[in-house]
Design a protein around this ligand. Structure first.
Ligand SMILES: NC(=O)c1ccc[n+]([C@@H]2O[C@H](COP(=O)([O-])OP(=O)(O)OC[C@H]3O[C@@H](n4cnc5c(N)ncnc54)[C@H](OP(=O)(O)O)[C@@H]3O)[C@@H](O)[C@H]2O)c1
Length: 298
């Protein structure tokens, strides 16, 4: 079974490729914008293709050449502030490239899995299930929602995986995720300000990859919310990290989102109800404390 994974160099991508390799059932084509940061050479079923997906002609040609049975489209401009600063690039990457991947999938008749975000919601009434109506409040969320709509209207066999606040072991060349950022700051004894008026259901990256694998195996169709099940504020999460690593939690100052002047607004209360994924896919995420133990190597 041939699978094409975009965004393979990213936090999710690297963990997902590892799980796909371990599954042993797939011929894997991985793409990223930069050079491969995957810890694989040749001979283990992974072929890496360096490609900027906003080069639409080349992107479509690659999909048609590979003609994958499955496409997992995880590549995106993922930072809301960067999307706000460069809307054109954000739209080209998150909407244009998704359209092109879908076009390629239509020719190849691929099963299309699109990775999306809790930021498609406005955060007024979280936690959200799959029936909730999206209403993004920043460019990143809007562009990802447009990507979802392209997938839904494609006529393909498709699944959309929405996830939230992903954390996990740092991947080569990747930026530190929130959990590792807090750990490093506390380790260095640096005071940090962390918002205490936003709510999320943090997601351990290996759980997310497992959830996607379950979708692949079950050939599931539709929208799935795949996250952790425990809801907390980033401040509460930071305090948990301090307590678990024996660091001084007084270094963490709880603040409101208004403290930071950011170009992109953040939805206050998102988080997911994951009942559908649990019932239909058998998805069982780690408890937040267990996930943190893995990442903090405790
Ligand atoms: N992380 C989270 O908290 C979170 C939360 C909700 C949803 N998501 C969604 O989950 C998915 C994966 O996120 P992630 O955290 O793994 O993101 P990430 O670490 O930022 O990785 C995204 C990857 O996309 C690739 N990419 C960006 N622009 C590209 C382009 N023009 N052409 C080709 N590749 C391009 C990058 O490749 P290079 O590294 O080679 O440049 C990068 O490795 C995204 O769709 C995101 O929207 C993430």
């Amino acid at each position: 079974m041939k699978v094409l994974v975009t965004g393979a160099n990213g936090l999710l991508g690297q963990h997902l490729i590892r799980q796909l390799v371990e599954e042993g059932k797939f011929t894997i084509h991985a793409t990223g914008k930069g050079e491969s940061r995957l810890p694989y050479g040749t001979g283990n079923g992974v072929t890496y293709h360096q490609l900027d997906l906003t080069d639409f002609k080349k992107a479509q040609a690659l999909v048609e050449k590979i003609s994958p049975h499955i496409i997992i489209h995880a590549a995106a401009m993922t930072q809301p502030n960067e999307c706000a600063a460069d809307k054109t690039a954000c739209w080209k990457t998150n909407v244009g490239a998704t359209r092109v991947m879908v076009k390629g999938a239509q020719k190849a008749k691929s099963y299309f899995i699109y990775v999306s975000t809790d930021f498609v919601f406005d955060g007024a009434e979280g936690p959200y299930d799959e029936h909730a109506g999206p209403n993004p409040i920043n460019d990143y969320g809007e562009s990802k929602l447009l990507g979802e709509e392209i997938v839904e209207m494609s006529g393909l066999h498709w699944a959309i995986v929405r996830t939230a606040l992903v954390y996990g072991d740092k991947v080569p060349g990747g930026r530190p995720n929130f959990v590792l950022w807090v750990k490093d700051k506390l380790q260095a004894g640096e005071p940090i300000k962390v918002v205490n008026d936003q709510y999320r259901t943090p997601t351990y990256v290996d759980d997310l990859a497992k959830g996607i694998l379950l979708i692949v195996m079950k050939h599931a169709k539709g929208i799935y919310h795949i996250s952790g099940k425990d809801m907390c504020t980033p401040y509460q999460l930071a305090v948990m990290i301090a307590q678990m690593t024996g660091k001084d939690e007084r270094l963490i100052e709880p603040v409101t989102a208004e403290t930071f002047e950011e170009p992109a607004k953040r939805p206050p209360k998102t988080g997911f109800i994951i009942t559908k994924a649990v019932k239909e896919l058998g998805y069982v995420p780690l408890k937040l404390e267990e996930g943190l133990k893995k990442v903090l190597h405790l």
